[in-house]
Design a protein around this ligand. Structure first.
Ligand SMILES: Cc1ncc(C[n+]2csc(CCOP(=O)(O)OP(=O)(O)O)c2C)c(N)n1
Ligand SMILES: [Mg+2]
Length: 553
């Protein structure tokens, strides 16, 4: 079965065996031998990014979109270091990626040769550097296995020049198909269904792994069966249909009101998420003693990791919810459920109305209000569109107006790093070439990786970048207000005046985009949005729509 070949050929043969179609990358001298050989492998599309965050952003959203491990090729130490911000995000969001780079000759150990694995160890699930050619197949096999098994995440493999140029007998065998749909403990399900049927007012909170485990239908079924209020936790995926009448939106802990709102419930069923993941420190325990927490998640070690948990179940989300549904349906009190459901539906509807009332006053204003922008965009895009959400401080408006009923209707840029949206929009388009893909991106985030627009033109990736042009890092002001008000308890937060948050010298993203070969339009009137979207989607090349919006907080 073995075959004699060079290390560099073994890398490409392994990628082929793994079914890799796209290589998102930025090359350097040390990667030259690999890049040179790509001419012999027409099955790969090498998408060149001019900055590593663009390649990482593409890889991350491509992996999430295709539900397969993505491959990213970066350059030695400097390139790899540039990729770290989004590598960390991929680690936190559990996105399977294999990232590689080539290193110098291992005999340069006394000179400036960096230990590349050491460089990225804290931001990867596994990081290793190889010196011998015949390590390549087995290590890449493990790398793909590690990346795509729980906890999923980025894996790094570095190859020294010696590993790439050396010859050896190689066994080209791809990683294994692993069945990881773990069945829940029957005792756990019994206890959880007892708690849920006895609850007066239970709530459901769902996270990305509900979507990853294809458990949306089961999440809807359990919510219906028990008449529960449903929240989505912060994440990259659609884990519950937003048009469901019991859906209450993305839960945040940022205001006292929203933290206390969880206390209305006596049992919280958290599925496929980390409990409870937020930017600020709100105490080591979020719920109070009067509530019970049931936590179901496929990743061992996540259940009960931070929040005290009454019943923890390690399981595939779909299987656990199906089991819960079958047990709960035998014992549930239908009258109680109906009364509860009526209340939950009415609460959800009042919240939506309250939001719409709060944005009515500025509906026709110029600069355009974020709510109006999102409403016009949502009305203008074709039904099968995919929207990439990097809308930063305009996320609440964005999520209010864009319905998302299935995985891939909206893909969130989930991490802490800005600059993900441009790459994510292109990565999603590569995965779904037949669906319109629009990225809704903050102007600050767009500027962080603005050279990514060139990649869209260079590789003809016809997606649409919609810029929320408020001329500032608005979220820094918003967050500073939260910090002063909720953490420091200051009566008059001063986020509005936060230094260095405004783009005092304006930049013109339209001319930047045109300079890189995109179609572009600037929009200042809300009535022009739908026409601009139509033109962007039909121009036959990537396009940018720069929408000037109000940034007041
Ligand atoms: C790589 C990186 N650098 C800096 C930050 C800090 N940061 C978080 S959000 C943000 C501003 C985002 O601004 P923009 O995209 O314009 O969205 P807006 O807040 O205006 O809605 C910054 C600078 C970060 N998260 N990541
Ligand atoms: Mg901004």
């Amino acid at each position: 079965m073995s075959q004699k070949m060079s290390g560099k050929q073994a890398v490409l043969e392994m990628l082929k065996a793994e079914g890799i179609e796209y290589i998102f990358g930025n090359p350097g001298t040390s990667e030259g031998p690999l890049v040179d050989m790509l001419g012999e492998y027409p099955e790969f599309s090498y998408i060149m990014a001019l900055q590593e965050s663009v390649a990482m952003g593409m890889g991350e959203s491509f992996a999430r979109s295709t539900e397969k491990t993505a491959f990213v090729s970066l350059h030695v130490d400097s390139g790899l270091a540039n990729g770290i911000a989004l590598m960390l995000d991929a680690l936190n969001s559990g996105t399977p990626m294999v990232v590689t780079s080539a290193n110098y000759d291992s005999r340069k150990i006394n000179e400036t040769k960096t230990d590349l694995a050491e460089l990225v160890r804290p931001v990867t699930k596994w990081a290793v550097e190889l010196d011998l050619p015949d390590q390549i197949p087995s290590v890449l096999r493990r790398a793909f296995n590690e990346a795509n098994s729980h906890p999923k995440g980025p894996v790094y493999v570095g190859f020294t020049a010696n590993a790439l140029e050396g010859m050896a007998d190689m066994n080209i065998v791809p990683s294994s198909k692993v069945h990881d749909d773990v069945i829940p403990s029957p005792a756990g399900i019994r206890e959880a269904s007892k708690l849920l049927t006895q609850a007066k007012n239970p709530a459901l909170m769902v996270g990305d792994r509900v979507s990853d485990d294809k458990a949306l239908n089961e999440a809807v079924a359990i919510a219906d069966l028990l008449g529960m209020a449903v929240f989505q936790s912060r994440g990259a995926e659609v884990s519950f249909p937003t048009s469901h009448p019991q859906y209450q939106g993305i839960h945040s802990l940022r205001s006292q009101e929203s933290r206390e709102s969880l206390r209305e419930f006596d049992v919280i069923l958290a599925v496929g998420m980390d409990t409870f993941d937020e930017l600020f420190y709100w105490g080591d325990v979020i719920l109070d003693g009067s509530q019970k927490l049931i936590h179901i998640d496929p990743i061992p070690g996540r259940v009960g990791r931070s929040e005290p948990t009454d019943i923890g179940i390690i399981s595939n989300c779909k299987t656990a919810l199906a089991e819960l549904i079958s047990q709960v349906s035998e014992t549930v009190d239908q009258n109680l459920v109906e009364t509860r459901k009526t209340q939950v539906i009415s609460d959800a509807s009042s919240q939506r109305t309250a939001y719409e009332d709060s944005v009515r006053e500025k509906w026709n204003s110029i600069p355009i209000s974020p709510a109006r922008m999102m409403s016009e965009l949502a009305k203008s895009i074709p039904k099968n569109s995919i929207v990439v959400d990097d809308s930063i401080s305009n996320r609440a408006a964005m999520r209010h107006y864009f319905p998302a009923n299935e995985r891939n209707d909206i893909r969130g840029v989930r991490g802490q790093s800005i600059g993900g949206g441009i790459g994510a929009t292109m990565g999603t388009k590569c995965a779904f070439p037949d669906r319109p893909v629009l990225g809704i991106i903050g102007d600050g985030s767009a500027m962080m990786t603005v050279q990514g627009l060139w990649t869209a033109a260079n590789d003809n990736i016809p997606c649409v970048f919609v810029i929320c042009n408020n001329g500032m890092y608005r979220v820094l002001k918003v967050n500073f207000n939260v910090y002063q008000k909720e953490i420091l308890h200051e009566p008059e937060p001063a986020g509005d005046n936060l230094l260095y948050s405004d783009f005092v010298t304006p930049f013109n993203l339209c001319t930047i985009a045109e300079g890189m070969g995109l179609h572009s339009e600037r929009v200042t009137d809300p009535n022009e949005i739908s026409g601009a979207v139509e033109r962007a989607l039909s121009c036959g090349k990537p396009a940018l729509i720069d929408i000037v919006i109000d940034g007041k907080i």
